[in-house]
Write a protein that binds this ligand. Sequence first.
Ligand SMILES: Nc1ncnc2c1ncn2[C@@H]1O[C@H](COP(=O)(O)OP(=O)(O)O)[C@@H](O)[C@H]1O
Ligand SMILES: [Mg+2]
Length: 357
Amino acid sequence: MATVTIKHVTKAFGDNVVLKEFNETFGDGEFITLLGPSGCGKTTMLRIIAGFEKPTSGELYIDDQLVSGGKTFIPPEKRSIGMVFQSYAVWPHMNVYDNVAYPLTIKKTPKAEIRKHVERVLEIVHLSQYAERFPNQLSGGQQQRVALARALVAAPKLLLLDEPLSNLDAKLRESMRFEIKEIQRQLGITVVYVTHDQTEAMAMSDRIFLINRGVVQQCGTPEQIYNEPANQFVADFLGKVDFFKGVSANGRISLTGMNGQSIAYDGPRTGKVEVAVRPEKLYFSPDGVLEGVLESQYYLGDVDDCRVRVGDVLVRVIANGYEYKSLHVGQKVRLGIRDIMVFEDDGSLEQMLKIQT
Ligand SMILES: Nc1ncnc2c1ncn2[C@@H]1O[C@H](COP(=O)(O)OP(=O)(O)O)[C@@H](O)[C@H]1O
Ligand SMILES: [Mg+2]
């Protein structure tokens, strides 16, 4: 097991500052995910931890050892790290056994010991029966598990995974999520996982670091960042959300463009606000707070995906699938709201307030 401590790490390529003041500690045995849109700096952070990049400034520690910073630089092979990348990069001319054994073979580990370690990790990734196969005789998911076994064979303290599932089809991706999570639990190792897929991050992580343009926007458990987003970017990136403009005064928010309709609000903010609503937090109810007209309705089996016109504004509602038959397009409906998030209007996303309506 290992901790990773990142102190004031900044990374620039020429004038392009891609990581700004990264300052975090990843705990022993934690499953950490670096999440964010493409180009936000996730891979760069992972490569700094691995030792493939040096930070422009700042320090990086693995456990208590300074590995990057000042004049110190410990190369990747001395950091006791396992890595898996997006493209699984297993060697096509080697069978599974030799692929997995490779990191130990190049270290000239005695053959009997190699065998012991390879057999152990093949069991962990459920590939024991496939040791003699070549990669072209394996499915994508199995090949990715070979890459995982190879990353684990030298018993690393720390496992770094860079979008390891993005080349797999949706079903396989989902089952591999659980397998990786299970392996991590079993081995008790610290994992730093990179993805741009919010569902993947939500499903696997102890803590998520959501990054935008090289800056950590928020870190927290999946529940925390979903339910208490620090700013509009976070609210928007995780899950579905619609933003509405409004004016807050006297304990109510009057929603712009919605025929003067308003909702109760007991927070301190007055003046212009931005209201964020997750479509699944809206529901059809005869005594709902907003009145509108059902404009479209799609039955998706488990849920109804609906649009309701409230004044000039189209509001998305994800209702449970039972509503479908009882409603028809063109009819007047009322919407209840379970909760909303209220942000300041200036776009700088200072504060989030959550209320019950
Ligand atoms: N070796 C490099 N030289 C110059 N720019 C780079 C290099 N590696 C990454 N970048 C830039 O750094 C930014 C972040 O890249 P990256 O960390 O790969 O993002 P992500 O993994 O989140 O998609 C991008 O703008 C990318 O073009
Ligand atoms: Mg990347």
